[in-house]
Structures are given as C-alpha cells and as structure tokens.
Design a protein around this ligand. Sequence first.
Ligand SMILES: CC(C)(COP(=O)(O)OP(=O)(O)OC[C@H]1O[C@@H](n2cnc3c(N)ncnc32)[C@H](O)[C@@H]1OP(=O)(O)O)[C@@H](O)C(=O)NCCC(=O)NCCS
Length: 171
Amino acid sequence: MQIRTETINDYKHVFNLNYLAFDNRDDEAKLVERIRFSNCFIRQLSLVAEEQEEIVGHVLFSKAKIIQEDGEKEVLVLAPMAVNPSVQKKGIGSNLIKEGLRRAKDLGYGLVFLIGHPNYYPKFGFQPARNHGMELTQFEVPDDVFMVCELIEGELQQTNGELRYPPVFLG
Ligand SMILES: CC(C)(COP(=O)(O)OP(=O)(O)OC[C@H]1O[C@@H](n2cnc3c(N)ncnc32)[C@H](O)[C@@H]1OP(=O)(O)O)[C@@H](O)C(=O)NCCC(=O)NCCS
C-alpha cells in the first residue's frame, strides 16, 4: 500500500470511494469536490492510499480559521476521510492520518481540528478541543467529538477562540 498526493486522474475514483464508504451517499464526495475548487484546498494534503493500482483510501486536510480576540489564526481541519469498506480495519486509515499530520507539520501548521469518533482519533494525538478553550458554533456537536491535535508544542496554549470551517463545508 502506497500513500501519495492525489492527482487529477484520481478525482473520479476518490468520488466513488467516498460514495461507497459513506453508505452510497454523495454528500462527502461532493464536499471533496467543493473543497478542491476553493481557496481552502491544499494540494499536498489531499492524500490517497493506493493498493495494486486501485484507490482504497482518501483523506483531506483543508485550511480553516480560529477567530481570536487578537485576530485570526490559520489552522487545518481534517474531513472527510474514507477507506473502501472491503479493506477497512487494516490500518489504511491510520496510515493516511499519520502521513497527513506529518505533512501538515512540515508545512508549518500547528493545530488540526476535526469532528469525529472519540474512540478512533485520540491514538493520533487528538483530544477534546473545548477542554483547551476552543469553541465551535457552526455545527452542533457533543464535546467529545470536537477534537484538536497539536503539531507544534505550545500552539494549544497560545490559541483560544472559535473554529470557523470555510463556507464550502456549510453546503
Ligand atoms: C473511519 C475509516 C476511514 C477508518 O479507516 P480504516 O482503514 O478502517 O482505519 P484503521 O484500519 O486505521 O483503524 C480502524 C480500526 O482497525 C484497527 N486496526 C488497525 N490496523 C489493523 C490491523 N492490521 N488489523 C486489524 N485491525 C486493525 C484499529 O485499531 C482501529 O480500531 P478502533 O476502531 O478500535 O480504533 C473507515 O472506517 C471509513 O471509511 N468509514 C466510513 C466513512 C467514515 O465514517 N469516515 C470518517 C468520518 S469523516
């Protein structure tokens, strides 16, 4: 299995993968398309997992903002993520997240946020964001699913405010 940057040739396969992974619903597949054509898209942070020339996984990290008293800070949000149901629970999702976090840190990002399963993401360093003075009002979600991962030490302590997902996430 290889993790690499998504290319234009992958777009249709990534659409189908998201459709399949999210129970034949196209919301997430269409979200990926909207993000790609927006200014929150970072090409190197749209990653695919390839196995025998087939796209079996995809994860996307995009630009978002924390609105603080002293201004705005650019952060990342992880969404969506999909692994082909026929090869789930083999570590493909984990490898995609780890590579994405590594690249995000290399690009200089200090914080990554997501809304996700509270049992899955802590092993990668994600923790409940509201415990660290972060807020989210765009989506109504329980405290334990709104999570943050600190990539650069000290970033969590220096940052307090409301996470704003880019408009493309709102449909
Ligand atoms: C969420 C999702 C991307 C995870 O992908 P995945 O490739 O199955 O993830 P992993 O294999 O890394 O981890 C899944 C589980 O398998 C376990 N696992 C990892 N490697 C394993 C291996 N070699 N053998 C057996 N189990 C393994 C992990 O410990 C993890 O267990 P947990 O549920 O207790 O945390 C995938 O389930 C999916 O596409 N779901 C539908 C879409 C979705 O909900 N996306 C997330 C919201 S945006």
